[in-house]
Design a protein around this ligand. Structure first.
Ligand code: ADP
Ligand code: F6P
Length: 468
């Protein structure tokens, strides 16, 4: 079995698993994948150093070797806060209104990708497979090729790929995509994002894509494919029945008061998650259903994220205002409709909270996948499961048709869905939950990793053929 060299912006050292914090889908999934596969996980430590040295901090924990570098303040500003999270993230989530183009961001992005390439190069051995993750590192493969790396290299994008009409607003989009064509395999979360990429490749880049999905680029052939990511199903179900989870579930239910139902939302505090629209929808539900209003509580857990970026500061203020407004309008002395909590929780506790909730409210405006939807399903008690209300714009939606699918922009539709879910008979809840559970179990993170790695190491013309 080939060794894997995994490269991502963030590296989560395995011993930190289970600790409180908003780890994000990427790090949760990769920790699980690397626990079973030999290899090295390389990336940014998340720490700042006065000036970049390239020093590699190598650690070995639970059979996973991690190698991290620190970045200097200008790198963090221009690469992470800048190009990655002020330019690519909003654009790729269809938020052109929030997208900022600044030449210094692009320069910082190139510089940090070059630093990643220089630092990871000595770790790569001839037979290794190199697996690069996400929008932070799109040009890394090309930089490694320039340094003579001939290994198989794959890229997996954890976020959406935008429609061509939006993507072409990115200055230098041609060069960015050209650099991506130095990978052998490019993976997307869904067929929709894959279609958008293929559309760009044909219509803008003018390249041929054959019937098997192989992109012809000079003498190179690159396969682009959809590989929907999953959760570590076994680990999560175990977490959900741990003592900590059982205690967390009980404590939360007791705090609700007799017979009261709970809706839960768990998201990084990000404008792509549709939190403002969710609060508005819940407020609408309270107004439209006064007879049920005092019997429900929304628990929204939203740990702050990317706090140095202005759009994230604004959404935080906006949500505080909205939660305050709705609570002010509806609360009474013994009941507050929205419990809004800005912190992370250990995974086991979180799993217990999911199980305590009668409804999982997962309503992003646009999301590459959304692992919270899958975690909510895995945490339920099969004999009396809750109902998942899921945005049709989440990457998870095509895999989860038995959720109550909603348009998160429509407060009426979400309010109706809450009402429907609260009245849903047990038999229907069970039927829907069984179907969802089967999909979450079958397309878990192990399946995802194996499909991608199998595709990456297969004969080039076979790459990705039986991927997803
Ligand atoms: P994203 O990658 O955009 O953050 P996902 O839904 O795919 O979105 O993944 C989020 C991950 O972060 C999930 O595994 C979720 O459990 C975790 N997470 C989110 N909020 C918290 C929190 N408050 N405490 C602990 N983990 C959290
Ligand atoms: O899943 C998308 C993603 O951007 C990951 O790449 C990232 O690890 C996660 O969300 C959390 O974001 P950040 O690393 O910026 O805190």
């Amino acid at each position: 079995m080939s060794r894997l060299i995994v490269v991502s912006n963030r590296v989560s050292v395995p011993q930190a698993m289970g600790a409180a914090g908003a780890q994000g889908g990427l790090s949760v999934a990769l920790s699980a994948a690397l626990r079973e596969h030999r290899g090295i996980w390389f990336g940014w430590s998340g720490k700042e150093t006065e000036s970049f040295t390239g020093h590699l901090d190598m650690q070995r924990n639970q059979d996973v070797t991690t190698a991290t570098i620190d970045l200097e303040p200008q790198d963090i500003d221009e690469y992470y806060n800048g190009y990655a999270n002020r330019t690519l993230w909003p654009l790729f989530h269809y938020r052109i209104d929030l997208t900022e183009y600044d030449r210094s961001f692009g320069e910082g992005y190139e510089r940090v990708n070059a630093r990643f390439a220089d630092s990871v190069l000595p770790l790569i051995e001839p037979e290794d497979l190199v697996w690069v993750h996400d929008y932070h590192l799109l040009p890394l493969g090309a930089m490694l090729r320039d340094k003579g790396v001939t290994n198989r290299m794959g890229l997996f994008l954890h976020i959406p790929w935008p429609p061509t009409r939006l993507f072409v607003s990115l200055p230098n989009h041609e060069q960015l995509v050209e650099s991506m064509l130095q990978y052998d395999l490019i993976g997307f979360q869904t067929e929709e994002w894959l279609d958008s990429f293929t559309h760009y490749i044909k219509k803008e880049a003018g390249l041929k894509v054959d019937a098997d999905g192989l992109i012809q680029y000079g003498d190179r052939r690159i396969r682009a494919c959809a590989f929907p990511i999953g959760i570590d199903y076994e680990e999560f179900v175990d977490s959900a029945w741990s003592d900590v989870a059982v205690e967390g579930c009980k404590r939360l239910k007791e705090s609700l008061g007799h017979g009261r139902k709970m809706l839960i939302g768990v998201d990084r505090l990000d404008y792509s998650k549709g939190l403002g629209e969710r609060f508005d929808s819940f407020g609408r539900f309270l107004t439209d259903n006064p007879e049920m209003a005092k019997d429900v509580v929304l628990l929204q857990i939203a740990p702050p994220s990317r706090e140095d970026v202005e759009s994230y500061q604004l959404i935080r203020h906006d949500l505080e205002r909205k939660a305050g407004h709705i609570n002010g309008a509806h609360a009474d002395v013994a009941w507050v409709p929205i419990r809004y909590v800005n912190r992370g929780y250990p995974r086991e506790e979180l799993a217990g909270f999911y199980r305590a909730a009668d409804i999982g409210l997962v309503t992003p405006l646009r999301d590459g996948m959304n692992l919270v939807a899958k975690e909510y399903v895995a945490a339920q008690d099969e004999s009396d499961p809750g109902v998942l209300i899921l945005s049709r714009f989440a990457g998870a939606a095509p895999q989860m048709p038995d959720a109550v699918l909603v348009n998160p922009h429509s407060t009426e539709e979400v309010s109706d869905a809450i009402r429907l879910a609260l009245h849903m008979p047990l038999a229907e809840r069970r039927r829907r939950h069984q179907a969802l559970l089967q999909s979450v179990r079958e397309s878990d993170v192990v399946h995802w990793r194996e499909a991608f790695v199998r595709a990456l190491e297969g004969p080039i013309a076979e790459i990705g053929r039986d991927a997803a």
